[in-house]
Design a protein around this ligand. Structure first.
Ligand code: 13P
Ligand code: ZN
Ligand code: NA
Length: 283
């Protein structure tokens, strides 16, 4: 089931729901995400950051394991393997070479000119191999995998220019969302979302979704956010469950017993999010 990303995002855009991207931080995540998506009859995107790719054994191991796990589970819902916040053109190309379905090129640290130039290179290579590309304009705030960015609202004209000049399949316009926990209330740029939606048919991606209320989320979806990225919410659920079993059982050392509640917590969180974004029962 090598499902190109644009298929899942186009269907979501048409039917006013969003496909969640869940970041994996270990093999337990992958199994929990895919099994829950299947049980919930929902399309799903598995995200891997550059750092987790290196930590877990590389692009090929991830890509092959993703395929094998889909087979073993007998997955019938669309599942996409995606490189999240690819830091260089070369990393994106390596993901394509390994068989990823989709890549994000994160040029948020560069000038818009350099961002466009690099995104264009990634698009040329990825599209030749049937792989979709996500770009970022402005800068999502907060910290992910130790990489910190100041929140910088996207300039709407820069968004339009990048879309036109690169041919990207989806765009993450930084409009107030933040990686990790929010300090205070999230302040999303709905006016900007609405204006941008008027000028392009490209699906939008909402980063930093952990901590955003259901109301704000629905509004963002109605303005064309067809992909919603979750990492922190899963990690909080996993760590709370894991901490609970360790603290409650001082003599426990059997890894399978220790890891079980964390996996269950991940499954529950994935199911909750699939309902929240409307992806539940779309397949
Ligand atoms: P959160 O960690 O805030 O959920 O953000 C996830 C994300 O944007 C991954 O790219
Ligand atoms: Zn992100
Ligand atoms: Na967040």
């Amino acid at each position: 089931l090598g499902v190109p990303m644009y298929n899942v995002l186009d269907d979501a855009l048409e039917n006013n729901y969003a496909v969640p991207q869940f970041n994996m931080n270990g093999w337990i995540w992958l199994e929990a995400i895919l099994k829950t998506a299947e049980a919930c009859r929902a399309p799903v995107i598995v995200g891997t950051t550059d750092k987790i790719v290196d930590q877990i054994g590389g692009f090929r191991l991830l890509s092959e394991s993703f395929s094998i796990m889909k087979e073993e589970i007998g997955l019938t819902v669309p599942a996409v393997l995606h490189l999240d916040h690819g830091q260089t053109v070369e990393r994106c190309m390596a993901a394509v070479d390994a068989g990823y379905d989709s890549v994000m090129y994160d040029g948020s640290k560069f000038s818009i000119e350099e961002n466009i130039e690099n995104t264009r290179k990634v698009v040329a290579y990825a599209h030749k191999h049937g792989v979709t590309v996500e770009a970022e304009v402005g800068s999502v705030g907060g910290t992910e995998d130790g990489i910190y960015s100041n929140l910088l609202y996207a300039d709407l004209n820069e968004c339009r220019t990048l879309i036109k000049e690169t041919g990207v399949d989806s765009l993450a316009p930084a409009l107030g969302s933040v990686h990790g926990k929010y300090k205070g209330e999230p302040n999303l740029g709905f006016k900007e979302m609405a204006a941008l939606r008027e000028s392009t048919p490209v699906p939008f991606v909402l980063h930093g979704a952990s901590g955003i209320s259901n109301e704000d989320l629905s509004r963002a979806i109605s303005y064309g956010h067809a992909k919603i990225n979750y990492n922190t919410e899963l990690n909080i659920a996993w760590s709370q469950a894991t901490r609970r079993i360790l603290e409650g059982n001082a003599d426990l050392y059997a890894p399978m017993e220790i890891l079980k509640p964390g996996k269950e917590a991940l499954k529950e969180t994935v199911a909750t999010v699939l309902r929240r974004t409307g992806a539940y029962h779309q397949v």
